[in-house]
Design a protein around this ligand. Sequence first.
Ligand SMILES: [Ca+2]
Ligand SMILES: [Ca+2]
Length: 415
Amino acid sequence: MQSAIRVALRRGNMGSATFARHTCRRFAQRLRPLVLVGALAFVCQPKAVAVLLLGTGDPAANTNAPTGDLAGSGWQYQGRFGDFMGTAIAPSFFITAKHVGWAGPVFTFHGVDYDVVERFDDRWTDLTIWRVSGILPTFAPLYPREDEAGQHLVVIGRGSERGSDVLKEGVLRGWTWGAQTHLQRWGENAVSRIAYAGTEKQFLYAAFDAAGGPNEAHLSAGDSGGAVFLNDGGTWKLAGINSAVDGPFYAAETRESRFDGALTDVNGFYASNDGGRSFYPYASAAPRPSGFFAARISSRRQWIYSVVDPAGDLDRDGISNLLEYAFDLAPEQPDAGGLPQFSIENGAPTLIYRQMTTARELRYTVEKSTDLRTWEPANAEEESIDWVDYLETFKVTLPAASSGRVSLRVVVTKQ
Ligand SMILES: [Ca+2]
Ligand SMILES: [Ca+2]
């Protein structure tokens, strides 16, 4: 896949970049991938369990598409991928959690089996896009903005029942993970905050609050690949892929007391960073619910569009989806800046452009032409002039002797 953008011969400075700055923060929680794992994270032993509800342990609860205000909130975009789930996101693509791996030969969507034919792992997050043979009849729009915190959500997973009560000094704190029934179930929650495990690896985090409504939902092993939807001005859009939960927990300072569960308050229980050799207590003054992590779609949507339709132009601004990704632009709307900028400095033609340092699959090549028909490598001096998070800005300078008409362009090649 190759795409090129020609830069107009005009003076000007680099437009105002509108990218969000992402700050690396340490991941405070212990993450529990939503498949059962060995000592190392993401060693996959698929075992499907599901959305647990605060208000009821009824195994049949919320196992049909939601209605009323929640009608159309993502249930219609869900398919089955082995014991797990995937969400249709393009005519021949679905997205799921990377750590579930190859879960089966087909994606079953609206009762039809589609052969799974190609895999695209996200290098940075727990997302994998799979291509299927054939055309899926419908697919989910992607949530387009990084403003998810505080929003109400609908989460869908494949399911189990609530397990046994977890009590602390006689008070109900939640439930262990229960019997696995592989039923698809939906629940509700809210995005408590965005959790970061590095610049690119971002999650929507939702806490299992005791004050939540009856549909307040938590996740458990096997909900991996299920989906979180947010309502964007009346349209439900895919915002997250179920990835991990807090845990495991220890009832006492013993390895044998380990359990997994959905807890509205973890205080009084213990955590361990070394598999049960040493422990520390949860002991905050306020109730501290456990929660789940969904791989964030909005921060990876450029990559997603570059996979499912690289030559397409979603916002019809003349910039292909691949180039929107390459230059960190908004695939859904025309951008005010961020494109390569040509100028003349002290008689020397220069080009300033940005690279996504995290897009290791992209190759950026600067080319020059004197007639806009024949292009050749610029072979010019290139220096890095700025680097903020995942965006590095380069300045390419041709010798001042390059007189006459000359054009420069950046060719982006996807490997
Ligand atoms: Ca575009
Ligand atoms: Ca755009």
